[in-house]
Design a protein around this ligand. Structure first.
Ligand code: HEM
Length: 374
């Protein structure tokens, strides 16, 4: 968690530069602008995962993403035929593989002097490299490369869609948008949020969990039965593939109550395990030993980015938005998320040039909330 908290700085740096672009667009268009957010969030989470996973070789990290994007499209196509796209993918795969092998080898040589660094690749290499009495690494280079690909693919699209769905729900539930902005103002003021500040955002946490329940980016997962099982009275033979329809389970009235279809973040006020009839009913990050390894990272990233947006903008859904959640590996808004944004910064420049930064924070928060409500 300490290393994750340090990554909050990288996340907020990228979020800041994304919003600076929005602010210049706003400036050019008289204070109100329509922006297609899902594309922007994809770029943002690509930058964040490339930087946090490959801090020491950021450019190469981006190449990995290009690779995983090809991989994603490919799953639906013929993967062994020498099509133009396959040739491109294979060549990119080769390039990325060679590059990674060079990085890994150079780290193995220099690790005593330079250490492994704090990025994901460094964290993964550390326990995987040979101990003094062993001649071979615990994971082969091929395995490390495969893990890197998984990290990029698993950590990029998912988080960007979580950002999109959270913004969608905030815009369609303006009372909640206000409530969360109030909480953000109370806990973070106008400052760049730190890991500790984000931990205090209780309402926000409930809101994100509810977003994950209704619009979790991973809509279903699969498991293979490792032995013959009895599952609620049904015999499942060893080797059977079980599909677990997360979205359907998340709307099951027997588990979540009669209002399971409604948006109700309050159900999480006593924690995830008390939100439904079963303590493990929320499956957005799966459960058990193969559950999502990046869930804390995803939650920190979503909280940091949306907190910064709430501090700077109010927003409503564009009338051009078409509601079509589509599940192609991950659940995303098929026609994007056009949003109308209005700057809140101007209000503060007039109130106080210090923008939240003095001890009169409380007075300013109250003024801020009244203006937002108005
Ligand atoms: C909202 C964001 C995310 C969601 C909804 C999500 C969801 C999931 C789910 C449901 C699984 C289990 C898949 C299965 O069992 O078939 C999983 C696995 C995994 N996730 Fe995530 N994930 C998210 C973000 C991330 C991030 C940010 C990272 C990396 C930084 C990440 C890395 C992984 C990895 C490596 C696995 C495989 C774990 C294993 O097999 O042991 N995920 N994720």
């Amino acid at each position: 968690m300490d290393k994750l908290k340090m990554m909050t700085v990288t996340i907020s740096d990228y979020a800041q530069s994304m919003m600076s672009e929005w602010e210049s667009e706003l400036g050019a268009k008289g204070g109100v602008v329509k922006i297609e957010l899902s594309r922007r969030f994809e770029e943002l989470t690509a930058d964040v995962i490339s930087h946090t996973a490959f801090e020491s070789c950021y450019k190469e990290g981006k190449q990995f993403l290009a690779y995983s994007t090809f991989l994603k499209v490919q799953i639906l196509r013929f993967i062994y035929l020498p099509t133009k796209q396959n040739l491109k993918t294979w060549s990119l795969d080769n390039k990325v593989r060679n590059m990674l092998m060079d990085i890994i080898k150079s780290w193995l040589v220099n690790k005593d002097a330079a250490g492994y660094g704090n990025d994901f690749l460094g964290l993964m290499l550390e326990p995987c490299t040979p101990k003094h009495d062993e001649s071979k690494p615990q994971l082969s280079i091929d395995e490390i490369i495969a893990e890197c690909k998984t990290f990029f693919f698993a950590g990029h699209d998912t988080t960007s869609h979580l950002l999109s769905w959270t913004m969608f729900l905030l815009s369609t539930h303006p009372k909640w948008q206000e409530k969360l902005r109030e909480e953000v103002v109370m806990e973070c003021g106008g400052e760049v949020p730190t890991g500790d500040m984000l931990n205090k955002l209780k309402l926000f946490n409930m809101f994100l969990l509810e977003t994950l329940r209704l619009y979790g980016p991973v809509a279903f997962i699969q498991r293979r039965a490792g032995a013959n099982l009895d599952l609620g009275g049904i015999t499942v033979p060893e080797g059977t593939i079980l599909s677990i329809p997360i979205v359907t389970i998340h709307c099951d009235k027997e588990v979540w109550g009669e209002d399971a279809d409604e948006f109700k973040p309050e159900s999480f006020k006593n924690g995830v395990s008390k939100a439904a009839k079963h303590p493990n009913a929320l499956l957005s990050f799966s459960n058990g030993p193969r559950s999502c390894i990046g869930q804390n990272f995803a939650m920190i990233e979503a909280k940091a980015v949306i907190t910064m947006i709430l501090q700077r903008f109010s927003f409503t859904l564009s009338p051009k938005y078409v509601h079509a959640p589509t599940d192609v590996i991950t659940l995303h808004p098929m026609y994007g998320l056009p949003m109308i944004l209005k700057s809140l910064r101007e209000i503060f420049v007039h109130l106080d040039r210090g923008y939240f930064s003095s001890s009169l924070l409380y007075t300013r928060s109250v003024l801020f909330m009244s203006i937002c409500s108005y």
